[in-house]
Design a protein around this ligand. Structure first.
Ligand code: NAD
Length: 360
């Protein structure tokens, strides 16, 4: 029976890379009925919103969604459609693997890190108080009354909530992931020395849960040290669990280590819905140019096949992608040095499909 999966091509470069990724996924032989739905800047005119009700309903029904990048529209009341989707479907996990494929443009080798980022709380919770607003001034007074700390009336405030419930869920997910995938070490990232009641709580929860997994090595690192360690000795790290903001920043750091955003994808996972997407944005300056790297969108597809338990198709697709990257003949500009020749998005996709058709 074919899977029914919501497909959101997105905007900017989204439709080009989605078309290539879908063809590559289908070339593995898996049967999927794509329920194509709109989201992003280009559907505001038609629906009056960047995320129409029928798109939300489709994800609700199908439970699985493969999504291209979406431009965050300015001035529509939406801070980010991606943040909206994570909050709406309670996708509390953001899972991002960072692995070096031979042929990628990087100074490093032997990196195979998975970042597991809490996806709903922290400074991303959207609890913000604008400078000068009545409620902000009231909050400033409350802070002074309860803590003795005096803030200027010209202060804007963002709240950083971290709960025991969500910390437990994300840390447990991380350890279970490590166990299931035969990973050896979990590193929990925080700044508990400064933010005792938010990051401190996260760390305390992690330490307690770690006791239930004696088969997995556990350590914690302060986020600034972690950033330096990742650049100096990335091969020492395996599974990294982070609160939301640190996870966001360290994910891009890791993308830089393995060859750029064109090779980085993520899975947003909740209790019963999961959305898979490339980490990069809609790169509007390259829209319609058949130029950008489709790998991140294909890697999003690989994460989706893994989530579905379709290991045979997952491995086939990953092998074909890895071979095309390592041969270095049919790859996009971002794999190459200045002056070297490269191919377009479609041609790289065709090379992957050819591998799938010829070899397996
Ligand atoms: P971006 O990731 O779209 O592009 C930054 C640069 O990275 C590009 O100019 C390009 O040089 C490079 N790049 C990105 N994807 C590439 C690819 N596949 N192959 C080769 N090079 C690639 O970031 P931005 O310009 O800051 O954001 C553009 C829009 O995308 C914004 O509206 C932003 O809010 C949105 N965005 C969406 C998502 C998402 O949908 N998940 C994520 C990030 C940003």
């Amino acid at each position: 029976m074919a899977y029914k999966i919501t497909l959101i091509p997105g905007d900017g470069i989204g439709p080009e890379i989605t078309e290539v990724a879908v063809k590559c996924i289908e070339a593995t032989g898996i049967k999927i009925h794509w329920d194509i739905k709109l989201a992003g800047e280009e559907c505001i005119e038609k629906y009056g919103t960047p995320i129409p009700e029928e798109t939300i309903r489709s994800i609700e029904e199908n439970k699985i969604c493969l999504k291209g990048p979406i431009t965050t529209p300015v001035g529509t009341g939406f801070r980010s459609i991606n943040v909206f989707l994570r909050q709406h479907f309670k996708l509390y996990v953001c899972l991002r693997p960072f692995k070096i494929y031979k042929g990628a443009k990087t100074k490093f080798e032997n990196i195979d890190i998975v970042i597991i980022r809490e996806n709903m709380e922290d400074l991303y919770a959207g609890i913000e108080f604008e400078k000068g607003k009545e409620e902000t001034l009231e909050l400033i007074k409350f802070i002074e009354k309860t803590t003795g700390k005096k803030l200027s009336e010209n202060t804007g405030i963002s709240i950083k909530p971290i709960s025991i419930e969500n910390s437990e869920k994300i840390v447990r997910f991380g350890f279970e992931y490590a166990r299931k995938n035969n990973r050896k070490k979990v590193t929990v990232v925080h700044k508990a020395n400064i933010m005792k009641y938010s990051d401190g709580l996260f760390l305390e929860v992690a330490k307690n849960i770690a006791k239930e997994y004696p088969d997995i090595e556990f350590e914690d690192k302060i986020v600034d040290n972690m950033a330096m360690q990742l650049v100096q000795k990335p091969e020492l790290y395996d599974v990294i669990i982070c609160p939301n903001l640190y996870g966001d920043i360290l994910s891009d750091l890791c993308a830089g280590l393995i060859g750029g955003l064109g090779l980085s994808a993520g899975a947003n996972i909740g209790e019963d819905v999961a959305i898979f997407e490339p980490t990069h944005g809609s790169a509007p300056k390259y829209k319609g140019m058949n130029k950008v790297n489709p790998s991140a969108m294909i890697l999003a597809g690989i994460l989706m096949l893994d989530y579905l338990g379709e290991i045979y198709y997952r491995d086939k697709l990953e092998k074909a992608l890895a071979e095309v990257i390592s041969e270095g003949k049919y790859v996009t500009y971002d794999f190459k040095q200045e002056g070297e020749s490269y191919v377009g998005t479609k041609e790289m996709g065709e090379a992957i499909i050819k591998k799938l058709e010829e070899k397996w």
